[in-house]
Ligand binder design. Structure first.
Ligand SMILES: Nc1nc2c(ncn2[C@@H]2O[C@H](COP(=O)(O)OP(=O)(O)OP(=O)(O)O)[C@@H](O)[C@H]2O)c(=O)[nH]1
Ligand SMILES: [Mg+2]
Length: 593
């Protein structure tokens, strides 16, 4: 009733907007071709063969030959065992927390800094005992265990409270997950159309929607919401989610069962559907005190003022009584969850540093499937591992037209030189050229077009660097335009986001969720290239991000208590406007200068 009263006095015709958001879709990706440039791995996995003992005859007697032969056989067998475990670990090889597997990290995997004396066993047990749960079949998702060999150790540590809540969520999933008795009971409510009293298990269903970067961010947002509201998150597999991501939870699938009754209706759910929460509020159809068994939450960038009431406490307490929430979103809405008073205390305990929400949720949830992991691992080993420093440049151009654009190239080079991220080049033979510096830098460029990569590569090919450093430029693919139907397209996109996250220094493009995913997974504060206006390189060209968190592009600007508009970027020190989008919101660590 309180809800109804509030609605009647409501937000609808009061003449202010809850948002200053702009649509996230941008025009202009013209189909040009279908380029595919797989890496040419130098086969680091090739077995080391024994030398033929017969090569040095006269010196060896028959016994000695036999002895050497046996020793060689033993060495080969040992080398093969290590390689076999790393390439295809035994399925029963999951150690209990702190368990021991005697495997030494191979030299071939990374640079010296990655392949130090630290053993896989130490690092794996650290992960297993930390953010990730034990109890997985290693071979079915190699990235879960091997990624630690490719990453620098994160300087951020998850709170013990986050770890215990994740273990609690996994237990909830076992009790309420698909095909459990509770799931079947709650499904009956869905079929009946009414909530029929309280349910011991409640659900939030995430609909697969939008570009891959957005999907990764919205899944993390939906998962945090599920964690805060003790719901089970179920993931609509869409067309390619099962190809891209391993199951993140032990034993129970996060995918929505294929016989889920509303599945065929997902396409038709929008702002005007009678089941849309915002629509139900406008039509006062929630006034009958008859709690529906499900509602559709429209949290897409074009959502209206009523849809945005999702971010109000009073609505959250009402939503608690609805067993099934079906959510469609293309936004990282986490920053606004931090502004809901009833979630405040819990979020404080989960993320005391505030700025590592996506960093931890991302590393917990998103593990590339073996086929995507192969793309990542081979590319990294072949092109990036040996460099002293790895620099990622993520180029996303939202202008219309084909490009490459000179102003974008100028902007990138201005940023890399002003911020000392890459050395300048100078004329060959110039006395300023230093030959003392033997360091190497590998630059990973990602872009839909190959033009920027080619231009930057040519610059560092034609002229020496002033520092004497060797700079190599690589780009895994140039897909030319965003595609939805091609199987390998999103695999490459996911592999590239992940590869960017493995760099030491990251430069990203404004407004791009592709870049946000890379920075968050990598735990990197990127240099953000400002969005060019009027086809002119901005000055300054880039700035360092305040935090590694993604930006919420379409937040509400509404004070639920005062029932009036407010600048939500100005309410608490840890929720600020984004560097790349003045109306967006992002989490920052207020203690971090
Ligand atoms: N392989 C690859 N694909 C890209 C690249 N940039 C964009 N794409 C493709 O275009 C899609 C863009 O969607 P997102 O991942 O959400 O990235 P975004 O920069 O936020 O772009 P929009 O959502 O379209 O505004 C990606 O998922 C890829 O399919 C790139 O550098 N490499
Ligand atoms: Mg996007």
């Amino acid at each position: 009733m309180r809800l109804l009263l509030r609605l009647q006095n409501g937000v609808g015709g009061k003449g202010f907007s809850l948002s200053r958001s702009e649509p996230m879709r941008r025009p202009g990706r013209s189909p040009v071709g279908d380029a595919d440039e797989p890496p040419k791995p130098s086969d680091p996995d090739a077995p080391i063969l024994p030398r033929d003992p017969d090569k040095k005859p006269g010196w060896f007697g028959p016994m000695r030959v036999m002895g050497v032969f046996i020793a060689c056989l033993m060495t080969v067998s040992a080398v093969f065992s290590v390689l076999a475990v790393l390439r295809d670990p035994p399925t029963n090889g999951v150690p209990a927390e702190g368990g021991v597997r005697e495997v030494t990290a191979p030299k071939a995997i990374g640079s010296d800094e990655l392949a130090t004396s630290q053993t896989v066993v130490e690092k794996t047990s650290e992960l297993v005992g930390g953010l990730l749960a034990a109890g997985f079949d290693e071979g079915s998702c190699l990235s879960r265990y091997q990624s630690v060999l490719f990453r620098k150790e994160s300087k951020h540590k998850p709170s013990s409270y986050l770890i215990s809540r994740l273990r609690g969520y996994e237990a909830l999933l076992k009790r309420c997950g698909p095909h459990s008795d509770s799931y079947k009971r709650t499904l009956e409510m869905l079929k009946s159309g009414h909530s029929m009293g309280t349910s011991d298990c409640n659900y939030v269903v995430w609909i697969s929607f939008s570009g891959l970067g957005n999907r990764i961010l919205t899944l993390a947002s939906a998962f945090l919401y599920a964690l805060l509201t003790n719901r089970v998150l179920l993931v609509d597999p869409g067309v390619d989610m099962t190809d891209l991501f391993c199951e993140p939870f032990p034993e129970v699938s996060w995918f929505l069962p294929s016989d889920f009754p509303l599945k065929d209706q997902f396409k038709g759910l929008d702002q005007n559907s009678p089941h849309c929460y915002g629509k139900m509020l406008t039509g006062n159809s929630l006034s009958k005190l008859e709690i529906p068994s499900f509602t559709y939450l429209h949290l897409v960038h074009d959502y209206n003022d009523h849809d945005k009431l999702f971010f109000c406490d009073e609505d959250q307490s009402f939503l608690q009584s609805i067993p099934w929430l079906i959510m469609r979103t293309d936004n990282y809405f986490v920053p606004s969850l931090f502004l809901i008073p009833s979630f405040e205390q819990e979020l404080d305990k989960l993320f005391p540093e505030r700025e590592n929400v996506f960093h931890f949720l991302g590393r917990y949830l998103f593990h590339p499937t073996n086929s995507v992991w192969g793309l990542i691992r081979r590319y990294y080993q072949t092109y990036l591992a040996k460099a002293d420093e790895r620099i990622g440049i993520q180029i996303r151009v939202f202008d219309t037209g084909l490009g490459p654009f000179q102003h974008v190239l100028d902007q990138i080079l201005d940023c890399t030189t002003r911020e000392n991220l890459l050395p300048r080049t100078i004329e060959e033979g110039s006395p300023e050229v230093s030959s003392l510096n033997q360091k190497s830098k590998a630059v990973l460029v990602t872009s839909l077009s190959s033009g920027y990569f080619e231009r930057i590569r040519d610059i560092y090919w034609h002229d020496p660097t002033t520092t004497g450093e060797a700079v190599s430029i690589v780009q895994p693919s140039h897909e030319e335009y965003q595609q939805t139907e091609k199987e390998t397209h999103n695999r490459k996109a996911w592999a590239e986001m992940y590869l960017l996250s493995l760099t030491d220094v990251l430069i990203t493009s404004s407004w791009s969720t592709f870049g946000y995913v890379a920075q968050g997974l990598g735990g990197l504060k990127p240099w953000i290239l400002y969005k060019p206006e009027n086809r002119t390189a901005p000055d300054p060209p880039c700035r360092r991000a305040m935090s590694m968190e993604p930006c919420f592009h379409a937040p509400p600007f509404y004070d639920c208590k005062a029932k009036q508009g407010v600048d939500t970027g100005d309410l608490v020190p840890h929720v600020r406007h984004c560097e790349d989008m003045s109306w967006g919101l992002k989490l920052v660590d207020p203690h971090d200068n």
